[in-house]
Design a protein around this ligand. Sequence first.
Ligand code: SF4
Ligand SMILES: [Zn+2]
Length: 342
Amino acid sequence: MKEILEGFRGSPPMQSPERYIAAWREPDAIDGKPVDAFVLILRTRGCSWAWNSGGCTMCGYVNDSSANVGEKELEIQLEKAMTAYSGEPYVKIFTSGSFLDPEEVPLSFAKKLVETFGGEAQRILIESRPGYVTPETLGPLKTQARELEIALGLESSNDRVRLKSINKGFTFREYVKAVEVIKAEGLVSKTYLLLKPPFLTEKEALRDAVESIKAVDGITETISLNPVNIQKRTLVEYLWRRGVYRPPWLWTLMEALKTPTKSRLMSSPTAGGGKRGVHNCGECDQEIIKRIEEFSLTQDRELLNADCPCKKDWDVFMEAEEFMGTTADIGRLLETSTEQSF
Ligand code: SF4
Ligand SMILES: [Zn+2]
């Protein structure tokens, strides 16, 4: 169960450059062994891809960034975060961008942060776009940590889906090259996949997730399948508000997670069970999410067999979308007073 330690989301002064975005504790696993993880989201100037190219279609991280965050502010955030840290063996650092992008996180600060947690933490996770993964950026960091894990947001193994539906701006080849660099440096990799990018029907999304899982299986240590959640001021939110996008069903997520893998396969859905997150009928959501969380820790695929009357609706929804050739949220469009439900 996630335990929020502190959060500074919202409008100014909550968005002060000296305040990190959030910190919490959650259960996770290292090499199959359950451990506590400390998660820290640092406030940075934001993702360079978002600044320079508009960013990805589902990503609203820029909402939490602050243009004035430099090295001094990051150091103050780190100091504050250390008061919330209590020696958890797994430390996950998120920045709403790329930790290895020197424009976003100066290399001297990156080194300091890894060194600060490195004394106690068994494993430190950082996230980056593949383009910043080089021996030059990894070299100074890896000596400060016992184990360094680099998470890459590949989202889909299909270049067309990644480039056109998500606007991710890099190819599968570039991702593979980054994983090779991570391996050559003796480090661990994690790969994020996105369940149901915009413009895909539910069935296409399931197919895309299964194909993507198979494509990265065995070349990355952990695969995390992240269902889209509707973030503010994104293209996905624009489509969702117009009823032409529905976040994925939990049934779709469960089905994709049944794919047999050598890599650890997991999912920790953000906003799961809510209108803006992966959801089913509302009755079975929490039970299914619990099963998915447990599966993520244990890899026991038996947990992925569940039932609810809404599973039939999911079947019908999948077929209807294909038949009608639309990604519209058919169920919601048929509801009356839809607007009041926002
Ligand atoms: S998903 Fe990652 S790469 Fe894309 S805009 Fe957001 S932070 Fe940047
Ligand atoms: Zn249900």
